[in-house]
Design a protein around this ligand. Structure first.
Ligand code: UD1
Length: 421
């Protein structure tokens, strides 16, 4: 198994190119199940989660080929199989995204239940309830969701009890091939959902309310879609992670290929902490501050502060001059990085869903464990300013979602090396 060895403290400087958004690319790959043509996608991030979902497409009978490292063409015309098996779904919960498209296209499918994950239970009840409202008959048998809608799915008014990102994406895709019109109330407004809707719209699906909590999708009665070629949007979480890496090292770096309109909650908090952010249409530069100020953060759905940036800000808060509070509202168990940051010397108290971080703390290198994708990146950016050598273990989490992390950070000046256990 690989691990990262990071020697600090190191300041950062220079430019880093942000990759395509993993969380936009995943629903987009599932969306190709609705295609009549070969779908051409650029700015595809080269990360393990993408390879996993492409493997699932292949298992279903689809084909794909990369024309360069970040451009892929996917063809699902001749799908034969409608079962998403446990061996793939268990490794990546987002595989559940194939449920809506498979069911609306074929009228039946089986998708393994994803099971729990490190950051909490993460049920899929809202996905299933919405599909049932669209006429699907769903049974759970031997760990699989078995879904049937022999006459195709029917448009319905779906009111999500809770805002769900992949739930919204699943139902948008299901609705695109349904019979009649689907209205989704309390839809997720994340940029990744917006991109999915925009691509469908540009490719001829009638969708209104894009970017709002109220989406209306006119179904195409199982007529497959001819997709236009497009590029995946830049990864706002990867961008935010590099901003935090610069912030914690109180350094100046420039991000290229970034959408600052997707990052307002994150840059707003960095500005509250004293950093200056300069933007041009596709770049963003963070400048150091005389004093890193403490911050108060509550994670919520977009456009509020993202849960996927919580761990990185906690690492950053260890260097603030005073007491920060971070409240996690989306996932019940997303504080596993607390004990690892404590191992590095952070002063953090946990009370229910709120962490109190008392800064500044001098961090010292030691062995830490990556516990989930974003927690892992928090370890890396903290290790970069810790005195001495830190070994970050279990970095397969990082490889799921960060393209060339050690190369990108190394080019910015971090002393980081990938080694084998
Ligand atoms: C997506 C992102 C993930 C991010 C999360 C929240 C992808 C591939 N993943 O995950 O990186 O952290 O949004 O921004 O895009 N819930 C239910 N029942 C359901 C579905 C969700 O109770 O059927 C709950 C969840 O347990 C959670 C909340 O709703 O408490 C939000 O989850 P959701 O938005 O669905 O997260 P994901 O789409 O899995």
């Amino acid at each position: 198994m690989d691990y990262l060895e990071i020697t600090g403290p190191a300041s950062l400087q220079g430019n880093v190119k942000i990759s395509g958004a993993k969380n936009a690319a995943l629903p987009i790959i599932a969306m190709t199940l609705l295609a009549n043509n070969t779908v051409k996608i650029g700015n595809m991030p080269a990360v393990v989660d993408i390879k996993t979902l492409l493997k699932l497409i292949e298992n279903l009978g689809g084909t794909f080929s990369f024309t360069d490292e970040n451009s892929v063409e996917i063809n699902t015309c001749c799908l034969t199989n409608t079962t998403a098996t446990y061996d793939i779904v268990k490794t990546m919960r987002a595989s559940i995204l194939v449920l809506g498209p498979l069911l609306s296209r074929f009228g039946h499918c089986e998708v393994s239940l994803p099971g729990g994950c490190a950051i909490g239970q993460r049920p899929i009840d809202l996905h299933l309830k919405a599909l049932e409202q669209m006429g699907a008959k769903i049974t759970i048998h031997a760990g699989y969701v078995q879904a049937e809608a022999p006459q195709g799915l029917q448009g319905a008014h779906i009111i999500f009890d809770k805002i769900t990102v992949t739930g919204t994406a699943n139902i948008v895709m299901a609705a695109a091939l349904a019979y009649g019109t689907t209205q989704i109330t309390n839809a997720a407004r994340e940029p990744e959902v917006v991109q999915l809707c925009e691509i469908l719209q540009e490719s001829g699906v009638e969708i209104t309310g894009i970017g709002t909590a109220e989406l209306t999708i006119v179904g195409r009665e199982q007529k497959l879609i001819d997709f236009v070629p497009f590029d995946v949007i830049p990864d706002r979480i990867e961008a935010g992670t590099y901003l935090c890496a610069a912030g914690i090292a109180n350094s100046s770096i420039t991000l290229e290929n970034v959408r600052h309109d997707h990052l307002e909650a994150v840059t707003g908090k960095l500005e509250e902490m004293g950093f200056t952010i300069e933007t041009t249409p596709h770049t963003m530069t963070i400048h150091p501050t005389n004093e890193i100020k403490p911050v108060s953060i509550i994670t919520q759905e977009y456009p509020a502060f993202p849960t996927d940036m919580q761990a990185q800000f906690m690492a950053l808060a260890t260097q603030a001059n005073g007491t920060s509070t971070i409240e996690e509202r989306l996932f019940e168990n997303r504080f596993m990085h607390v004990s690892e940051l404590q191992r590095l010397g952070a002063d953090i108290k946990l009370n229910g869903h709120t962490a109190t971080v008392i800064g500044p703390s001098a961090l010292s290198g030691t062995d830490v464990m990556a516990t989930d994708l974003r927690a892992s990146s928090a370890m890396v950016i903290a290790a970069n300013i810790a005195q001495g050598t830190t070994q970050v273990h279990r970095i397969y989490h990082l490889d799921r979602g960060y393209e060339n992390l050690e190369k990108k950070l190394g080019d910015l000046g971090a002393k980081i090396e990938r080694l084998k256990e």
